[in-house]
Design a protein around this ligand. Structure first.
Ligand SMILES: Cc1cc2nc3c(=O)[nH]c(=O)nc-3n(C[C@H](O)[C@H](O)[C@H](O)COP(=O)(O)O)c2cc1C
Length: 158
């Protein structure tokens, strides 16, 4: 018997997560992206990471089709970007300047760090799809991370 859904959510919310914006590119070159905490490193050699994308997300088919994605780590002062990319659909990139990097998936120059990935495998994960990506490039700068814990945005030490 699986855990009750509400209880599962409650317990999960006690796991502090870094906040990312995961992006990809459509067939027509349009940028897509969503706020995601379901990101983890997987392997150093080869360099692999994974992200879990809700099958109901509007951007989901574009992650499937493009087979590329970028993971942008948000800094503590970028809560507004997390909120923007957590709204379904629409043009989340309006008035945002982005770089296209090596895969074409948009990079947010305001991010604390980023990883550019090519999808090497796709797994079923219940109501989410797990995209396993090989990291082709990345960079990071100094700064404090944006965190999400018990349903609220947090900063380190607060
Ligand atoms: C803090 C936070 C973390 C989230 N993490 C994920 C995640 O890991 N995977 C996911 O699919 N959606 C996640 N979401 C929800 C998506 O950001 C949200 O459903 C978004 O509107 C999807 O955009 P789209 O429908 O335009 O693709 C998260 C939302 C918030 C606020």
């Amino acid at each position: 018997m699986p855990i009750d859904k509400q209880e599962f959510r409650r317990v999960l919310s006690h796991f502090a997560a870094g906040v990312t914006v995961v992006t990809t590119v459509g067939d027509d070159g349009r940028p897509y992206g969503l706020t995601a905490t379901a990101f983890t490193s997987v392997s150093i050699e080869p360099p692999l990471v994974l992200v879990c994308v809700d099958k109901g997300a509007e951007s989901h088919p574009h992650f499937h089709a493009s087979r590329v994605f970028a993971v942008n780590f948000l800094g503590a002062d970028r809560e507004h970007l997390s909120r923007r990319f957590a709204v379904p659909g629409g043009d989340k990139f309006k008035d945002l300047v982005v770089d296209r990097g090596v895969t074409g998936a948009p990079l947010l120059p305001e991010a604390l760090g980023y990883l550019e990935c090519r999808t090497v495998d796709i797994f079923e994960g219940g109501d989410h799809t797990i995209f396993l990506g090989q990291v082709e490039a990345g960079d990071a700068r100094d700064g404090e991370p944006l965190l999400y814990f018990r349903g609220a945005y947090r900063r380190m030490g607060k």
